[in-house]
Design a binder for this molecule. Sequence first.
Ligand code: AMP
Length: 173
Amino acid sequence: MSKALSKLIRDVPDFPKPGIVFKDITPLLQDAKGFRAAVRALAKAAEPMQPEAFLGIESRGFLFAGALALELGHGVLIARKPGKLPYQAHRVSYDLEYGSASLELHVDAVAKGQRVVIVDDLLATGGTAQAAARLVEQQGGVVAGWLFLVELEFLHGRQRLGQAPVASVLRYA
Ligand code: AMP
C-alpha cells in the first residue's frame, strides 16, 4: 500500500454513527499530487479490464469515475440515489447494515454488451457495488471490473462481487 497516499486518508471515529470509523478521502482530494497519483493507480488497474465506460456511484465515486473517463478516453455513467435523475431510470434496492438503500441509472445509460467498470471511493460490505452491477446487467451491459480507492478487507466485500476483477489502491486488513 502506498504510504504517501495512505497518509492522506483521515480516520474519523464514530461517523456517521457510533462504532464506524469513516475513511475520509477529502485530504487526498485536496492534494494535487495525491489525487493525481490515486487516479493514475486506478487507471493502471483499469486498463487490463478493457473498459468501454466507467460507472461512478454517488457521490464520491463520481470524482474518480470522471477522472478515469478523461484519463483513459471513455464516457462516464452515473448511478444515483433515488429521485435525483431527471429521465426514466431503473432502480435496484439493496440491504444495508440497518435498513435498505436504492440506486438508480438512466434506462439508456448502458449499451448492449458494453464493458462497464464500476467505480467507488470505498468497498465496505460490497452491497452498493453489487447493486450497481445489477443495474449494468439489467441493461445488457457487461461488468468488466470494479475499482475502489479504499478497500476494507476485513468486511470481505469482494466476496459478494462476481467473477470480474476487483482492484483497490489502499487496503485495510
Ligand atoms: P458497502 O455497500 O457496505 O460496500 O458501502 C460502500 C459505500 O458506503 C461506499 O459508497 C462508501 O463511500 C460508503 N462507506 C461505507 N463504509 C465507509 C467507511 N468506513 N468510510 C467511508 N465510506 C464508507
